[in-house]
Design a protein around this ligand. Structure first.
Ligand code: AMP
Length: 398
């Protein structure tokens, strides 16, 4: 069932609670990357323009001690947000109580308020993260409508998303523009893709992505596997993989999966190997002849060509996970090659499922060439697994 989006709500003059993802990186209290704040601006600006009283809140990091509280205040975010909006943002350094309630009740139409890190509530029995029923009910009582624009936490049932949504009243909640975009792109690619749909999965471990591989093998026309997790499959093919990353307890599983998937599953045909896990280690391209003391740290040029060919003509592409240890420049060529191949596809919807592949595409300057780069690593993985995300599921239906 399609979910309401913010434009389906009548927000004028209303107190609108907005769960945003302001979980920004901080260094000594200074924001080092404000992308998450920037991403939330369309929904906030829409609410301002439509005369809502805007009440923002977010988690920031994990709060386990009083020191964490001192370190993880959202105050710097309020300052940055105010600069970006070119407008005053009232910051209330509380997550509940009279000061917060008075400030909310004093808001005029178009005003913006941000309250303190929702995870401050975790110090007392993990109330936020365990979706304490009283907390969700209390936060819901502070507003009249609820908008969830935090995709990064949509796979978790917390008080600040599911708790509020289930207490705000039928028909009174909706997704923000950012969450709606994630639903359209990732949900659309998995449930109703324009075909051929090609998925490219990489990263370190098979075990982290079993459910994604299985779901995408059902939904996609081709599933390409690279990165550290490919070696478990290569071992299952009976190949020598030396000291490459391998999950021995998953080799049998990989063998069964390959038998079931047939030529739908595409694996690397060559690898860049070294004797040490170091950027400066001498390396060579191995083609089925990895030596016992060698470790595969990237896919080789023939694999990049094979993957490029497999991508040709794709109408929808989902990419999650690097093809090698891309953090080391000498082992980043496979990831760069695949990134370029996807970015240069004509007429295809191209989606990156967050995490390391998003970092790679952004740092390579390809961000603009992708149709969508997910803002949530864990959430997008669970979405790709075909799971229902509670933070979205709890919102009002259209
Ligand atoms: P993940 O979080 O599962 O997407 O894994 C990403 C990590 O996998 C990155 O830090 C990569 O350096 C690492 N990785 C990718 N390929 C390899 C490989 N061949 N050997 C070791 N680590 C790898």
């Amino acid at each position: 069932m399609a979910k309401k989006i913010v434009t389906d709500l009548s927000v004028g003059g209303k107190k609108v609670l907005v769960r945003v993802d302001f979980n920004v990186p901080l260094k000594n209290g200074v924001i080092t990357d404000d992308n998450r704040i920037v991403q939330a601006l369309p929904t906030i600006q829409y609410l301002i323009d439509n005369h809502a009283k805007v009440i923002l809140f977010s988690h920031l990091g994990k709060v386990k001690s009083e020191e964490d509280k001192a370190r993880l205040s959202l105050r710097p975010v309020a300052e940055r947000l105010s600069e970006l909006l070119k407008k005053e943002v009232t910051f209330i350094p509380e997550t509940r109580g009279e000061a917060l309630e008075t400030a909310i009740n004093g808001l005029a139409e178009g005003d913006v308020l941000l309250f303190e890190n929702t995870r401050f509530e975790d110090l007392d029995g993990k109330k936020e993260s365990k979706n304490d029923p009283e907390l969700g009910k209390y936060w819901a009582s502070l507003g009249e409508l609820f908008v969830n624009d935090a995709f990064g936490t949509a796979h978790r049932a917390h008080a600040s998303n599911v708790g509020i949504a289930s207490n705000i009243g039928e028909g009174n909640s909706a997704s923000g523009f950012l969450v709606d975009k994630e639903i359209k792109f990732i949900g659309g690619a998995v449930d109703n893709p324009e075909r051929p749909l090609v998925a490219i999965l990489g990263g370190a471990k098979v075990s982290d992505k079993i459910a994604v591989i299985e779901n995408l093998l059902e939904k996609a026309d081709k599933v390409i596997i690279g990165g550290g997790m490919a070696y478990t499959f290569m071992k299952a093919q009976g190949k020598e993989i030396g000291i490459s990353l391998c999950e021995n307890d998953k080799v049998e599983y990989a063998r069964e999966l390959m038998a079931k998937a047939g030529d739908k599953l595409v694996l690397p045909v060559d690898n860049v190997v070294a004797k040490e896990f170091s950027n400066d280690a001498p390396s060579r391209v191995a083609q089925g002849d990895i030596q016992p003391d060698e470790e595969g740290l990237d896919i080789g040029p023939k694999s990049v060509e094979l993957f490029k060919k497999t991508l040709e003509g794709a109408k929808t592409v989902i990419w999650n996970g690097p093809m090698g240890v891309f953090e080391m420049p000498n082992f980043a060529k496979g990831t760069i090659g695949v990134c370029e191949a996807i970015a240069n596809l004509e007429g295809a919807t191209t989606i990156i499922g967050g995490g390391d592949s998003a970092t790679a595409a952004i740092s390579l300057g390809y961000a603009e060439k992708f149709s969508h780069i997910s803002t949530g690593g864990g959430a997008s993985l669970e979405y790709l697994e075909g799971k229902v995300l509670p933070g979205i599921d709890s919102l009002s239906n259209k």
